[in-house]
Design a protein around this ligand. Structure first.
Ligand SMILES: [Zn+2]
Length: 422
């Protein structure tokens, strides 16, 4: 049985790798071919400087080539962690550590999970460092100093521990004491926790990394306030964020629920856009709010959580599942870790489905902006502008974007906006 479990995992793992790798290759070729013919979407004709187009192609190709190596590296790390005996060793070591330093219930489980998280964070450093200080810097996007980079990592580690340890404590405790139906209790707890995080993240955690300020006085602010008023969005929830301290990339997002909801515009975006374009972006974000997109996403995630925990409840006492990965006994914490490490090759195929839903939301928000402003032009201009400034891929392979993109391509969005404006 153990061999069968390993074999099934291995096949699915390889399949995921091949699909991922193949899509990347397809995309690289596609972009190169369009570049050779100088074939860009109509909407960009005459709007993008040929030098900018060339730079965006170079950026896309550089990212794709890096992606190749990053995927191989990540795959090797995952296989090593799973099959080198590192996990059972870490489990025994955690028991010793917990006995000496952390003699509370679930101490061993918490140390074990933290240890696994640490292994993956350290293993991820080389690719992360190269992406930030190599790739992004080469194209002029990185604004992060090594000092800020280290400070960010340390902060994230501390926050992760402060939130993760109590969270794990409760989940492991529920698994231990709630009997056969522990997973229903865990489901209720994790759902509540997620809801809490949606409120806590934008209001308490994100401000630890960035400065959030009300928009500066001026025409943009005045017009945004009157737009917000017209739509019925609390104007106190509109912020500008100092994204420029890490990256020259520009963005805007809507987050939170209830009183914690807010629209955040990166300072880079405000600097790059005309007032009309900025207003269109804001109307788009308000569309996400009006159509309750966060709530809808949350419902879908909750369904996945329910299914995932049920599956985990079937595996948690199944000896061969543990034996397949070198554990000589079953345990709740090992089940949690194995389950999350093994889930990738299975849940990989849900990614495109979630992206499909997310893309639907983007179309809806664009449409909302178009209707609210009685004009699709500003949204179009904003999309073109954002694409050029971020050196986004003008011509992604359709399969690649269908799989990986949470947003429709700018060309798709503009086409949809035009169709509706007619
Ligand atoms: Zn959006």
């Amino acid at each position: 049985m153990e061999q069968l479990i390993v074999a099934v995992f291995f096949i699915l793992f390889t399949l995921e790798f091949l699909v991922e790798f193949g899509l990347n290759e397809l995309n690289l070729r596609y972009v190169r071919a369009r570049w050779a013919e100088r074939k860009i979407p109509d909407f960009f004709q005459g709007k993008i400087d040929p030098a900018d187009y060339e730079k965006s192609v170079e950026y896309t190709l550089a990212k794709g080539r890096f992606q190749r190596w990053a995927e191989i590296y990540d795959g090797v790390v995952t296989l090593l962690v799973l099959f080198s005996g590192a996990l059972p060793f870490l489990d025994k070591f955690s028991a010793q550590l917990a006995g000496t330093f952390f003699p509370i219930g679930q101490g061993r489980g918490i140390i074990f999970c933290a240890g696994v998280a640490l292994i993956f964070s350290v293993a991820g450093l080389p690719t992360d460092l190269y992406a930030t200080f190599g790739l992004e810097a080469r194209f002029g996007f990185n604004k992060m100093t090594p000092k800020l980079y280290i400070a960010d990592k340390l902060k994230a580690l501390l926050i992760g521990l402060a939130i993760g340890a109590p969270f794990l404590f409760v989940v492991l405790w529920l698994m231990e004491v709630m009997g056969r139906h522990w997973w229903i209790w865990a489901f209720l707890f994790i759902s509540g926790f997620q809801l809490l995080m949606i409120i806590v993240y934008p209001t308490l955690i994100a401000p630890l990394f960035n400065k959030f300020e009300p928009l500066r006085e001026g025409e943009l602010r005045d017009r945004i306030l009157s737009l917000a008023d017209q739509i019925g969005f609390k104007t106190r929830g509109i912020y500008s964020m100092d994204g420029s301290k890490r990256s020259a990339h520009s963005n805007a997002y809507f987050t939170g629920i209830g009183k914690a909801k807010r629209i955040v515009l990166f300072d880079t975006l405000i600097d790059q856009m005309t007032i009309e374009e900025g207003l269109a972006v804001l109307a788009h974000e308000m569309g996400h709010y009006k159509m309750k997109h966060i709530r809808r996403m949350l419902v879908v995630q909750t369904v996945f959580l329910f299914g995932g925990l049920y599956l985990l409840s079937l595996l948690v006492n199944y000896q061969p599942f543990f034996a397949a990965f070198g554990f000589d006994h079953t345990s709740n914490h090992a089940a949690l870790v194995l389950f999350s490490l093994l889930a990738g090759p299975f849940t990989f195929y849900l990614g495109p489905l979630m992206n499909l839903l997310s893309r639907k939301h983007e179309y809806e928000a664009d449409r909302f902006a178009t209707i609210t402003l009685h004009n699709g032009r500003p949204m179009e201009e904003a999309l073109v502008n954002l694409t050029i400034k971020n050196l986004s891929n003008l011509t992604p392979h359709p399969w690649y974007s269908a799989y990986h993109y949470s947003h429709p391509t700018p060309a798709e969005r503009i086409a949809a906006i035009r169709q509706r404006s007619v």
